[in-house]
Design a protein around this ligand. Structure first.
Ligand code: AMP
Ligand code: FE
Ligand code: FE
Ligand code: ZN
Length: 479
């Protein structure tokens, strides 16, 4: 597991396009990544698609430059919906502030005898947003300075003669925007706050936590073990989750490599776990309106007929249990009407997209999976006895009635992928190819599996008790 949760593409001030960046991540051995361009989510869709192809677990992200004196205050947003209208609207305003600032920098440089044009700087940006690092590149290329750092030190840094201030979002609004877009808000590289003492850092953190901050970037490209320990202690004190990353910018920042930063960085697996758990929790909250599960299918006590049917089925299953060739059945390549199967299917890249509020007030992609399971039941393909829809996969227990399991799963996959993709305005493969199946024979196997399956949301830390999970049901008396 090699994780890097902080990196930039050409959409902001990195030198790799989103696709190139993901390929570079693959080449560097990364297994988990997030793209965090400054003030834009423009590269997220492209990077996600390539991550899917490369088999890298991917989180959307961005890094908002917020107002702060005197240092730099960057808020990372992870797992944001990159189509969130309020987020996009504010980022467009930020972009406008940038566009207003850049000609002023050109003008100031001109007054200092540095001849450079806006189109030259835009060309250096690789098509993404245009910022001071791109000015620095042109200054080097044209021979005005030897290094990009010199460009900052002589001209571009705050307090230097070509510096132009730019309007920024407040930290509070940055956090609120990220959270409203379904994301988790994390304070980036706390060293760059340049706080004079621990009390100041403490005061800033407390204010940010009050505004809804959820995490702290404790692992960073240039942190000493002492820095990391100090920030881990702060994260603990404020109940913040811990993240980390290299802040890779490609050749714009030589000496920094993906995954390892300046060499010592190692982002622990727990960072990914706690981040994705937090995202699942907030997805659940918004999917259920923040309340206890609303549209949980009614769990009725089994009717007498259903009970009889169930025990008849089970004795048939038990009989089948005594047959030879069990292993062929268990491998599931062979499927047989009348048998009960535990089925599991995963979203491509294990993206947690099934449990979220769909646009236009449609409830959630999870409900489409339920619809698909029940549609096949209506068609007489199977009886669906129970299901649990998780954010990135689902389980169902079915009694196959007609046809083969592969054919049934194929049509379930098609039914759900088409509808969910159109609900989420996404393209490409929704599901991981294939599925897991396990033939359940005998009461014991069935009950044990159901118990295991229904507790999935509890084990994942999504709810306290299995009954609280809205996208699950046991339907003994289904017909
Ligand atoms: P901008 O968003 O256009 O204001 O550019 C901000 C970026 O410029 C930061 O993310 C840094 O990469 C870089 N930067 C800002 N100040 C300095 C500095 N003093 N030295 C080197 N790079 C800097
Ligand atoms: Fe940057
Ligand atoms: Fe930053
Ligand atoms: Zn960054």
């Amino acid at each position: 597991m090699i994780i890097d949760l902080h990196m930039h593409s050409t959409c902001s001030d990195g030198t790799f396009t989103p696709t190139e960046l993901v390929r570079e991540a693959k080449a560097s051995g990364l297994t988990h990544m997030a793209l965090t361009d400054h003030d834009t989510v423009g590269g997220v869709a492209e990077a996600r698609e390539e991550a899917l192809r490369q088999g890298i677990a991917f989180l959307s992200g961005l890094e908002i430059s917020a107002e702060c004196q005197p240092g730099t205050l960057h808020i990372l947003g992870y797992g944001v919906d990159e189509t969130s209208p309020p987020l996009l609207e504010r980022l467009t305003a930020v972009q406008r502030w940038r566009d207003e600032r850049n000609p002023k920098i050109v003008e100031k440089l001109g007054q200092l005898g540095v001849a450079l044009t806006l189109p030259e700087v835009e060309a250096a940006s690789g098509g993404g947003l245009v910022g001071r690092p791109h000015f620095a590149k042109v200054l080097v290329d044209k021979g005005y300075v030897a290094t990009r750092q010199e460009a900052f030190d002589r001209y571009l840094a705050k307090g230097r003669p070509a510096y132009v201030d730019k309007a920024r979002l407040s930290p509070e609004e940055s956090i609120a925007l990220i959270r409203a877009a379904g994301g988790v808000a994390v304070l980036a590289h706390p060293l760059q706050l340049q706080t004079p003492d621990e009390a100041t850092l403490d005061a800033i953190l407390r204010a940010l936590v009050e505004a809804g901050l959820q995490g702290l970037e404790c692992h960073y490209r240039n942190h000493t073990p002492e820095d990391t320990r100090r920030f881990l202690a702060l994260a603990k004190r404020y109940g913040l989750l811990v993240t980390g990353g290299s802040d890779f910018h490609g050749t714009n920042r030589p000496g920094i490599r993906l995954g390892v930063g300046e060499g010592e960085l190692k982002v622990p697996g727990e960072c990914w776990e706690s981040l994705t758990n937090a995202l699942r929790r907030s997805a659940l909250q918004s999917a259920t309106g923040g309340e206890a599960p609303a549209h949980r299918p009614q769990e009725r006590p089994p009717t007498r007929e259903a009970e009889a049917r169930r025990s008849a089925l089970q004795s048939a299953i038990s009989k089948d249990n005594r047959r030879p060739h069990q292993s062929a059945l268990r491998r599931g390549r062979y499927s047989k009407a009348g048998l009960w199967y535990a089925l599991t299917k995963c979203v491509a890249g294990r993206a947690a997209l099934l449990v979220q509020r769909g646009p236009f007030s449609s409830p959630s992609p999870a409900s489409i999976v339920v619809e698909g399971l029940l549609e096949l039941e209506r068609q007489g393909v199977w009886n669906c006895a129970a299901y649990v829809i998780m954010p990135d996969h689902f389980h169902a227990v079915v009694e196959l009635r007609e046809g083969s399991l592969p054919r049934a799963m194929n049509s379930l996959g098609k039914f759900t992928a088409r509808r969910i993709n159109s609900m989420l305005h996404r393209h490409g493969a929704l599901w991981q190819p294939g599925y897991y199946d396990h033939c359940l024979r005998g009461d014991k196997a069935l009950v044990a599996y159901l118990d295991y399956m229904m507790n999935n949301p509890v084990r994942a830390g999504l709810v306290e008790r299995s009954q609280e999970w809205p996208f699950a049901a046991i339907r003994w008396d289904a017909e």
